[in-house]
Design a protein around this ligand. Structure first.
Ligand code: NI
Length: 265
């Protein structure tokens, strides 16, 4: 699969879960003479051997991506790595996994039973990346998981898809600052994640990020239809670091707050 095809498959799936991302991209496109560029996308998974970060990363590695920094989100019980293509026009890929072993036996068994249902023939192929979930869902289990981990609950419902795409603000015309991007979004009626402030990070850490609140969509559970947060859209502005290169990493404190864009409200 070509890189472009992989990202366009993920985008098509993502805008079904968060149609407002399509509308937001259209809004920005109307202000641009060039196509909108993505800074990164993010994927979520579980730490089990069958489907961990490395399993998801394989398709990207095969397409020329390299594994970069490791991040340990202790409070959220998450590991993460980011991956970069040497051609920086391709989005970075941020993959996180829930540390299943950090939960009690009941939750571990539940999560392991989900993993067992992932068909063997899609693991280690790029189809897993946009394969959604492979199990039935109940709202009762969703709520139980949510009490322990928002991330676990989100993954239980949405499984494999892009959790967010991120517009590369550096490449936008007419938007010099992330503030101006946020103002544009708010003026068009979109709500931003304000956890830790609308803008996470600053020039000193070479990265500023903001995001919409995940779109709330109706989900059909075995025990009823309930509306819950799906996916969100992120915006990133990068600065030149001490080596005089545009910083290409991620900032732990900011990423920690960005995760909360999918919290129930
Ligand atoms: Ni992100």
């Amino acid at each position: 699969m070509h890189i472009e095809n992989l990202f366009s498959t993920l985008w098509s799936q993502y805008i079904k879960l968060a149609p407002q991302a399509f509308d937001i991209k259209e809004l920005f496109s109307q202000t641009q003479t060039r196509p909108i560029m993505n800074d990164h996308i993010a994927l979520r998974t579980l730490s089990c051997k069958k489907c961990n970060i490395d399993v998801l990363a394989k398709s990207f590695i095969d397409l020329g991506y390299e594994k970069k920094d490791y991040y340990d989100f202790k409070n959220k019980k998450l590991n993460a790595h980011h991956f970069i293509h040497k051609n920086l026009k391709y989005p970075k890929v941020f993959i996180s996994e829930l540390k299943v072993e950090k939960f009690d036996k009941e939750i571990q068994d539940l999560l392991n039973s989900l993993v067992e249902q992932i068909p063997d023939d899609i693991v280690n192929t790029s189809s897993i990346l946009s394969s959604s979930r492979h199990w039935d869902i109940s709202y009762t289990v969703y709520k139980k998981l949510y009490e322990k981990s928002e991330y676990a609950a989100w993954f239980y419902v949405f499984g494999y898809c892009a959790n967010h795409f991120t517009i590369n603000i550096n490449e936008l015309e007419n938007f010099e600052t992330l503030e101006s991007v946020n103002t544009f979004l708010k003026n068009n009626g979109y709500k931003l994640n304000t956890t830790g402030g609308e803008i996470k990070g600053n020039k000193e850490v070479f990265l500023e990020q903001s995001s919409t609140l995940a779109q709330v969509i109706p989900i059909k559970f075995s025990d009823g239809t309930y509306s819950i947060p799906s996916c969100f859209y992120e915006f990133a502005k990068r600065y030149v670091n001490k080596d005089n290169n545009l910083y290409q990493g991620f900032v732990m404190n900011s990423a920690d707050k960005i995760f909360e864009s999918t919290n129930l409200r």
